[in-house]
Design a protein around this ligand. Structure first.
Ligand code: ADP
Ligand code: MG
Length: 273
């Protein structure tokens, strides 16, 4: 499951980055010919930091998550995780998507335990269950452990899928529009929950989102991707308190950051036309 053991190239290696995406380019071969999607994309995320990526639909954000997860290899450039080049899927990554993809024939508890069964199979079952129950309690799903996914609301299913992404204590979590299908109130609850989880469970996060408010509420840095093929057009450092409340989204600082992001997205969209 682990990636190669090569050392980072000397000289330009970014020693402090836990995730280092270096000059990544990728072209898909499609029925209509080659489709260049990424062009020399550079993104670097330090350990414990939360980075959001925004950009027009189809600009390669999900492709980026698959590259970081080691589910596919770029045509050129490199992805490094914890000083190791990513060439195959890694156990130290947790993932959550817009569609929680929970297994209907398993209870919520058994869905959350799944990564432990695969990655930490030597862990006694009682310990696996204890870890899963701890996380389910943390996200407010105590009492729902024995339910099936279809018995839960969309927000509850997404809470369970966040538990599953974190259960094996991954170094990195990759979140591809996990809150995109939820109503506004549930979404805001889950934003706050992400801060609670981050306090309890140290991780480095890569979040893909369409929601600019979400990006500044959750992230330390927001990367705007643009162009066809896409690169990192702009990086915004989020200047809000580490411990955030929803009120922080209504401050002049937040308004300025949202305006900056909107302007960058407009530039990105104009480039696409
Ligand atoms: P985003 O997540 O930003 O909306 P994606 O990374 O899903 O964008 O896709 C970027 C582009 O690459 C899209 O035009 C999409 O149709 C295309 N694409 C994605 N995956 C494949 C694939 N496996 N084969 C061919 N084309 C693909
Ligand atoms: Mg996508």
């Amino acid at each position: 499951m682990q990636a190669s053991d090569q050392s980072p190239p000397s000289g330009d290696a970014n020693d402090t980055a836990l995730i280092d995406i270096k000059a990544v380019s990728h072209t898909f071969n499609t029925a209509n010919g080659p489709l260049p999607v990424l062009d020399s994309l550079d993104i670097s995320i330090a350990e414990g930091k939360f980075t959001a990526v925004v950009g027009p639909s189809g600009c390669g954000k999900s492709t980026l998550t698959r590259l970081v997860a080691g589910l596919m290899k770029p045509d050129s450039g490199e992805v490094w995780l914890h000083g190791e080049r990513v060439v195959s899927p890694r156990a130290t990554v947790g993932m959550a998507f817009q569609n929680p993809v929970l297994l209907e024939w398993r209870t919520i508890l058994k869905n959350v335990i799944l990564p432990l069964e695969i990655v930490n199979s030597s862990m006694p079952q009682a310990e696996q269950e204890e870890r899963a129950r701890y996380l389910l309690k943390l996200v407010g799903l105590e009492g729902f452990e024995d339910r099936r996914p279809s018995e839960l609301s969309g927000g509850m299913r997404q809470r369970a899928s966040l538990c599953r992404a974190l259960v094996h204590k991954p170094d990195v979590i990759i979140l591809d529009e996990p809150f995109g299908a939820l109503d506004a109130f549930t979404r805001e609850d889950l934003w706050q929950l992400m801060h609670t989880l981050r306090e309890q469970e140290p991780f480095t996060a890569l979040l893909i989102t369409h929601d600019l408010r979400e990006s500044i509420f959750l992230a330390d840095e927001v990367v705007v991707m643009s162009g066809r093929p896409a690169h990192a057009q702009h990086i915004l450092k989020v200047d809000l308190p580490a411990k955030r409340t929803l009120e922080d989204l209504y401050t002049p600082e937040a308004s300025n950051m949202l305006a900056e992001l909107r302007a960058q997205i407009r530039i990105a969209q104009q480039r696409d036309q």
